[in-house]
Write a protein that binds this ligand. Structure first.
Ligand code: NDP
Ligand code: OXD
Length: 311
C-alpha cells in the first residue's frame, strides 16, 4: 500500500527537500506519496520543523512517527497533542558543519587571530605566541551526536578536551565527566567552553554566575547549543568583569536577536545568526527514509526523543 508522507516542515523548504526525499524513498524501496496537504486520518508519517503551522497532532490517528528535520526539539517536545513517536535529526552533514564551525571559532580564540586581523597598525607584535593546543583546556558540554564529533575534532587538533554529559560516556580521546560534580570538574580552569546541550528544564540557565566563576579568568564561551542555556545577565556581568574574555553566540533566547540587545554592541561578544550548522536536504532525506523503512519493517526507529528527558 502506498504510504502518505506529509511534508509539514515549512513551504519554504519544499523545493529543497522534495526531490531528495523522493529519491531517498525510491532508494529505500518505499512506495510513498510525499504531499504538502492530506486528510490527517490518512497520514502515515509527518516530516516536521519548528514553526510549522501544524500544531495539533490529534487528528493524525494513524501516523506512526513525526520526523523532525531539526536536531533540537525543545519547541515540539512539550506539545500535549503529540502522542506519536518523535524523532530528532541526526544528519551527518549537519554534524560536519558543526565540527567546522566549532573548530573555526575555537581556533580563532586559541590563536588570538583577532589581534592580527583587527590591528593592521604597524606594530610588530612578535611576542604574542599562542600556547600549543595541548596546553589549552577545553570543555565541551553535551556529548551527543554533535558534542562528541566536535570534541573529537578538537582533540584531534591537540586540545585537552573534557566532555560533559548527563550519564557516564566513554568517548575516545576525551576525558569524560558527568552529573553535577562532573560539571564542576569540566568547567574548573577551562579556557574555552563549547555548549552543545539541548534546552530542557534541567539545562536552562545552566551557565550562571557561579559556574562562570569556575572558569579560567578570561575564558572564551562558545554557544551553538541554545540561547537559554546561559543566564544572559550573568554572562554580561562576567564579560564586564573580565572573568569571561569573549563570548561567541550563535543562538539566543529570542531569535532573531532584537536589535537593541546588549550582545550586539558588546565589544567582547560575537553574534552569529543561528548559522552554526544546517540540516542538509540530501543527507537528511536519507535519514528520514531509513527511519520510515525501519518503521515499516517493524524495526526500532532511530533518534527517538525521550519525552521525559526532553531530548
Ligand atoms: P544529542 O541529543 O545527541 O546530545 C545531547 C547531549 O547533551 C547528550 O550528551 C546528553 O547527555 C547531554 N545532556 C542533556 N541534558 C543534560 C543534562 N541535564 N546534564 C548533562 N548533560 C546533558 O544532541 P545533539 O548533539 O544532536 O545536539 C545538541 C544541540 O545542539 C541540539 O539540541 C540543539 O539545541 C543544538 N543545535 C544547534 C544548531 C545550530 O545551528 N546552532 C544546529 C543543530 C543543533 P547523555 O549523553 O547522557 O544523554
Ligand atoms: C537544529 C538547529 O536544532 O538548527 O537543528 O538549531
Amino acid at each position: 500500500m502506498t504510504l502518505t508522507v506529509l511534508f509539514a516542515a515549512g513551504t519554504e523548504r519544499w523545493d529543497a527537500y522534495r526531490a531528495p526525499l523522493q529519491e531517498a524513498f525510491l532508494a529505500k524501496g518505499l512506495d510513498a506519496d510525499l504531499v504538502q496537504e492530506a486528510d490527517p486520518s490518512r497520514v502515515d508519517y509527518i516530516i516536521y520543523a519548528p514553526g510549522s503551522p501544524l500544531q495539533d497532532f490529534r487528528p493524525f490517528t494513524r501516523t506512526r512517527a513525526v520526523l523532525n528535520i531539526w536536531a533540537g526539539v525543545e519547541r515540539i517536545v512539550g506539545n500535549p497533542t503529540l502522542t506519536q513517536p518523535l524523532c530528532r535529526m541526526v544528519d551527518p552533514s549537519l554534524t560536519e558543519g558543526m565540527v567546522e564551525w566549532v573548530a573555526g571559532q575555537v581556533l580563532r580564540h586559541h590563536l588570538g587571530l583577532d589581534t592580527h586581523i583587527l590591528h593592521q597598525d604597524g606594530i610588530w607584535r612578535h611576542d604574542l605566541v599562542p600556547p600549543l593546543a595541548r596546553d589549552r583546556p577545553v570543555a565541551v558540554l553535551g556529548m551527543g551526536a554533535l558534542g562528541q564529533a566536535c570534541g573529537q575534532a578538537l582533540a584531534g587538533l591537540g586540545f585537552a578536551v573534557t566532555g560533559w554529559s548527563r550519564g557516564a560516556r566513554a568517548v575516545s580521546g576525551l576525558v569524560g565527566r558527568f552529573g553535577e560534580a562532573g560539571l564542576r570538574d569540566a568547567l574548573t580552569g577551562a579556557q574555552i567552553v563549547v555548549l552543545l546541550l539541548p534546552l530542557t528544564p534541567d539545562t536552562e540557565n545552566l551557565i550562571n554566575a557561579e559556574r562562570l566563576g569556575w572558569l579560567h579568568r578570561g575564558a572564551v564561551l562558545i554557544n551553538p547549543g541554545r540561547g537559554a542555556l546561559i543566564d544572559d545577565a550573568a554572562l554580561l556581568a562576567a564579560l564586564d568583569s573580565g572573568q569571561v574574555g569573549h563570548a561567541t553566540l550563535d543562538v539566543f533566547r529570542t531569535e532573531p536577536l532584537p536589535a537593541d540587545h546588549p550582545f550586539w554592541a558588546h565589544p567582547r561578544v560575537t553574534v552569529t545568526p543561528h548559522i552554526a550548522a544546517e540540516t542538509r536536504p540530501e543527507t537528511a532525506a536519507v535519514v528520514i527514509a531509513e527511519n520510515i523503512r525501519r518503521s515499516e519493517a517493524g524495526e526500532a526507529l532511530l533518534h527517538v526523543v525521550d519525552r521525559q528527558r526532553g531530548y
